[in-house]
Design a protein around this ligand. Structure first.
Ligand code: ADP
Ligand code: 5GP
Length: 200
C-alpha cells in the first residue's frame, strides 16, 4: 500500500510546526519532507535539517530541472518541495508530511487529489497575533505581513479536507493523528487488499 501524502497548511504562527514535529515522534511510519528555500536561516536552523538553504540562482535551477513537486513565493522568498524524496517515500509505503503554504497546497491537491489536506487554525486571529509575538523569531515588519496574509490563507479553506482548531495543543495533536489514522482505513485506499481477500 502506498503511503499517504499529508499536506499541512495554515497561517504562520498557527502551530503547524509544533503539531507536525509531535506527529513525527508519535507516528513512526511518518516522515517530513524538507523544503528548499531562499530565505536566510533563522536562529539555530541548520542546512538540511529545517530546510535546504539555497541561493535564488540555485533555486531557479531546481525549477528548471523539474526537481520540485510544487513551489511558491512566500513573503518574498522561494519555498519548494523536492520531488524525489516525496515520491520515493510514498512508493515505499511511508506517510509523508508537507508543511507548506496555501499556494503550494493548491498545486499538490491538483496533482495528487488523493492527498490529505489539513488546515491548522488558531481559535482566533487575536490568539494568532499573540503566538507570533510570543515566538519572538520574526521582526515587527514580518509579523505584520504574516498577520495580514492570515485571513487570505483561511479564505482558501474549501480546498482542504479537514480543519484542526489549535486551541489546546495536545487536543489539536490528537485530532490530527486521528485524521491520519482514519485516512489509512478509507475503503478507497484499501481496495486492492480487499480484492485480494475476496479472491482467496
Ligand atoms: P507555525 O509553524 O504554524 O508558524 P509554530 O508551530 O511555530 O507555528 O507555533 C507558533 C507559536 O505558538 C510557537 O511559539 C508555539 O510554541 C506556540 N503554540 C503552538 N500551538 C500552541 C497552542 N495550542 N497553545 C499555545 N501556544 C501554542
Ligand atoms: P517560515 O519562513 O516561517 O519557515 O515559513 C514561511 C511559510 O513558508 C510557511 O507558511 C510555510 O508553510 C511555507 N513553506 C515552507 N516550506 C514550503 C514549501 O516547500 N512550499 C511552499 N509552497 N511553502 C512552504
Amino acid at each position: 500500500m502506498s503511503g499517504l501524502l499529508i499536506v499541512i497548511a495554515g497561517p504562520s504562527g498557527a502551530g503547524k510546526g509544533t503539531i507536525f514535529h509531535s506527529l513525527l515522534e508519535r507516528m513512526p511510519n511518518t516522515v517530513a519532507s524538507i523544503s528548499a528555500t531562499t530565505r536566510a536561516p533563522r536562529g539555530k536552523e541548520v542546512d538540511g535539517v529545517e530546510y535546504f538553504f539555497k541561493t535564488k540562482e540555485q533555486f531557479e535551477e531546481m525549477i528548471a530541472r523539474d526537481e520540485l513537486l510544487e513551489y511558491a513565493n512566500v513573503f518574498g522568498n522561494y519555498y519548494g518541495t523536492p520531488k524525489k524524496f516525496v515520491m520515493d517515500g510514498i512508493n515505499s509505503g511511508k506517510n509523508i508530511i508537507l508543511e507548506i503554504d496555501v499556494v503550494g497546497a493548491e498545486q499538490i491537491k491538483r496533482k495528487f487529489p488523493e492527498c490529505v489536506g489539513i488546515f491548522i487554525m488558531p481559535p482566533s486571529f487575536e490568539v494568532l497575533e499573540k503566538r507570533l509575538r510570543g515566538r519572538a523569531t520574526d521582526s515587527e515588519e514580518s509579523i505584520v505581513r504574516r498577520l495580514s496574509e492570515a485571513k487570505r490563507e483561511l479564505s482558501t479553506y474549501k480546498m482542504f479536507d479537514y480543519i484542526v482548531f489549535n486551541d489546546n495543543l495536545s487536543e489539536a495533536i490528537a485530532q490530527t493523528e486521528t485524521i491520519i489514522k482514519a485516512e489509512r482505513n478509507k475503503i478507497s485506499r484499501n481496495e486492492s487488499k480487499i480484492e485480494q481477500l475476496l479472491n482467496e
